[in-house]
Design a protein. Structure first.
Length: 394
């Protein structure tokens, strides 16, 4: 995906000619580390906890460090595909973690295995194909429960609130259905742009991916591509290109299509490179393929390796489905009506399976990344969130 972005940008630059190869007045916050960005807008330290997981992966979980945080109700944020903790700060001072912290919550953020913050392993190097044999199901079944245990060991409360954006929502559903005992540790979970299904596969790109997911996966394996971004330098190259006059408009167009936003969301962004600097954090190809499989099959199931490999792993030719009926903790789902990955009918389908959905909402004129950037988040989402937190997180 990252190579595709670079190719599109370079093509637009060649067509535009060399006269536009000048640097725009870009947003310097794009060069800040997450720690520096947080300290710029709030008097919080960024604490880092390193977790070695049961299958050898080593991930980092971030926390807002401030006085008395262990007495506050804990809140764990799970980011979307290709993102990381940084991605929750697209709106800077108005970012969701800041909003929740200002309401008095103890803020924690997971960084998925394979992202720029979490590339460790006790055995494998992240440059090997063995490292990348995982999807969002392992993150939900292994990483998320370990993060919950870490949080509760460092906080006086016996429950945590969860929030998943996009893939983060899939991880929560996978984890709470596969390890149902963790429902007792969850006060409520919020889901932004993720309802376990995106069975429509409506856009042309998604249709192709859904129908050809097996062939795409085999092809990428044959040519050795197992990760969404092979080197960190490639992300830096995309950010640098987007800071040039020649490429800035193309970057905006690509961001609009890839992030599925509504038309006016980026009006305030003179420099779209800031969005890419916080959003392009890496991840595995298998995560991406798993989304296609869900869309094609219309079932929320484990990764499909093909009949013969499935038999070795699952003892069945068809991957087992996740039993969403095991999710007994309170669940709240928000989808945008313009979101390609989560629509109103997806909410209805998941509502028929999860028994304790206490709130659901399809938001008009709302896209996929609007959940992190929209100017009316308080009215669309935050007021409902706070009411639900007051009701279910005593």
């Amino acid at each position: 995906m990252y190579c595709f972005l670079v190719g599109m940008l370079l093509s637009s630059g060649i067509l535009a000619g060399a006269h536009g190869w000048k640097e725009i007045d870009y947003d310097r916050d794009g060069d800040l580390s997450l720690e520096s960005l947080i300290s710029k807008y709030r008097p919080f330290k960024l604490l880092t906890y390193e977790l070695t997981l049961s299958d050898g992966y080593i991930i980092k979980v971030f926390r807002f460090g401030r006085k008395g945080s262990d007495q506050m109700k804990p809140f764990l944020l799970l980011h979307g595909l290709s993102g990381c903790s940084d991605s929750f700060f697209l709106d800077k001072n108005k970012a969701l973690p800041f909003f929740l912290a200002d309401q008095g919550y103890d803020i924690w953020m997971i960084n998925n295995r394979g992202t720029i913050h979490s590339r460790g392993h006790t055995t494998f190097n992240s440059s090997t194909k063995e490292y990348w044999r995982f999807s969002w199901e392992e993150i939900g079944m292994i990483d998320m429960p370990a993060a919950i245990d870490l949080i509760l060991a460092n906080n006086k409360h016996d429950k945590v609130a969860l929030l998943g954006h996009s893939e983060g929502s899939f991880e929560i559903f996978a984890g709470l259905s596969d390890v149902p005992s963790y429902n007792e540790k969850v006060a409520i979970s919020f889901h932004f742009g993720g309802a376990a299904y995106h069975s429509t596969c409506e856009p042309k790109l998604l249709k192709i991916g859904c129908r050809m997911n097996g062939a795409i996966h085999k092809f990428l394996q044959r040519i050795g591509i197992m990760q969404l971004v092979p080197v960190a330098d490639l992300r830096d190259m995309i950010v640098t290109l987007c800071r040039l006059n020649t490429f800035s408009d193309s970057c905006r167009d690509i961001a609009f299509e890839a992030l599925v936003v509504t038309g006016d969301l980026f009006d305030d962004f003179k420099d779209i490179s800031y969005v890419f600097s916080k959003w392009l954090c890496g991840g595995g190809v298998q995560e991406f393929i798993h989304f296609f499989q869900t869309g094609q099959s219309g079932t929320f199931s484990r990764f499909d390796y093909g009949p013969s490999e499935n038999m070795k792993i699952y003892n069945t030719t068809i991957p087992p489905r996740f039993h969403l009926e095991r999710i007994t903790s309170p669940t709240a789902i928000f989808c945008g009506e313009l979101d390609l990955y989560c629509k109103g009918k997806d909410i209805e389908k998941v509502k028929s399976e999860i028994p304790n959905i206490v709130f659901s909402k399809a938001i008009q004129n709302f896209g996929h990344v609007d959940f992190l950037l929209d100017k009316q988040l308080k009215r669309h989402i935050y007021d409902d969130m706070l009411r639900l937190l007051n009701e279910y997180f005593k």
